[in-house]
Design a protein around this ligand. Structure first.
Ligand SMILES: Nc1nc2c(ncn2[C@@H]2O[C@H](COP(=O)(O)OP(=O)(O)OP(=O)(O)O)[C@@H](O)[C@H]2O)c(=O)[nH]1
Ligand SMILES: [Mg+2]
Length: 305
């Protein structure tokens, strides 16, 4: 699974700022001048999922591998990009390669950061960028992200499309702090710490936008893993993602839904006992080749030689 989200928007809207915040590292260069980004920055972001933590806990396994999505930070687009205006044209190709789009819209005010059209107007900016994408025949699913000032995090914006609100600057500052320092800092700013997990929301919504669901494996009691898979895929496709041999030599799969497995986890102690307990009680289902994977399935593949 190598699904990717392309980050688009006008120049200087905070695309690279957000990309760095998502990766929790300063990878992309951030600058006050337009076209700070020329070559795309690519990074893999872990998808937060507390079900993986719980499966690991009841299985007594410390090594866990979360699902991930690839984000691509692309150069800014301006009016006429499809016809070669600005530097945008060559970057349309990078957007075309992405499976979905994260469209960053500037709302934050800053005298140091020039706006290409000298006026902050989210609706016009969105239309400008969308028109360029349309003229370049790029269609897809899109998430809109308003990059707002700290003071506007609580403000209601009314726009004719769904969006997530985030403050890129604040997220950057937060990424340098520990969990408790983050909470203190947010309280100081008068922001509810529980309401500030904009980044997690971006990742989770991106995952949904890609039409991905998650199944889990507990590989030989050594490592738990969350695997992204297209909604509607069958168990052979799932096997293929884990190991091509599992698909080729597939006999059957043993399956239980995470929340059900957790019930047996609470009645047991020690490694692997939740699965064993559920099996003894006949709660593990046996599924064949045509089984359609469901979100939250914990799967053990049974293969022949
Ligand atoms: N005040 C404020 N400044 C921000 C915010 N987010 C980004 N900036 C600043 O805006 C400028 C542009 O940010 P970048 O992340 O480089 O923007 P970009 O969209 O990647 O720009 P290009 O790569 O040139 O298209 C930088 O000076 C950032 O520090 C924010 O939420 N508030
Ligand atoms: Mg950039």
């Amino acid at each position: 699974m190598n699904m990717s989200i392309g980050i688009v928007g006008l120049p200087s809207v905070g695309k690279s700022t957000l990309f760095n915040a998502l990766l929790k590292r300063q990878i992309a260069q951030v600058g006050e001048y337009p076209y700070t980004t020329i070559e795309p920055n690519i990074g893999v972001v872990e998808v937060p999922d507390e079900r993986l933590d719980k499966v690991s806990a009841i299985s007594n396994i410390s090594k866990k591998v979360p699902a991930s999505i690839k984000f691509i930070d692309i150069a800014g687009l301006i009016k006429g990009a499809h016809a070669g205006e600005g530097l945008g044209n060559q970057f349309l190709a990078h957007i075309r390669e992405a499976d979905a789009i994260l469209h960053i819209v500037r709302v934050f005010e800053s005298p140091n950061v020039p706006h290409p059209y000298q006026k902050i107007d989210p609706m016009i900016d969105v239309e400008t960028v969308n028109q360029e994408l349309e003229l370049a025949s790029i269609k897809k699913p899109t998430i809109y992200l308003l990059n707002v000032s700290e003071k506007d995090l609580k403000k209601d914006f009314s726009l004719p499309f769904p969006f997530i609100k985030i403050c890129g600057k604040l997220e950057t500052e937060l990424s340098d702090l520990s969990g408790s320092e983050q909470e203190d800092y947010l309280r100081e700013l008068g922001v509810d710490p529980s309401a500030s997990s904009g980044l997690d929301q971006v990742i989770v919504e991106s995952y949904k936008l890609l039409n991905l669901i998650t199944f889990f494996t507990i590989a030989g009691g050594k490592q738990t893993q969350a695997w992204p898979i297209k909604n509607g895929a069958n168990i052979i496709e799932a096997a293929n993602i884990v190991h091509t041999d599992f698909a080729k030599k597939f006999i059957k799969a043993e399956v239980i839904e995470v929340s059900e497995l957790l019930v047996y986890g609470f009645h047991s102690t020690g490694s692997g006992q939740a699965w064993q307990k559920a099996k003894e009680l006949g709660k593990i289902r046996v599924e064949g080749r045509d089984y359609i994977v469901r979100d939250g399935d914990v799967v053990e593949f049974k293969i022949g030689s």
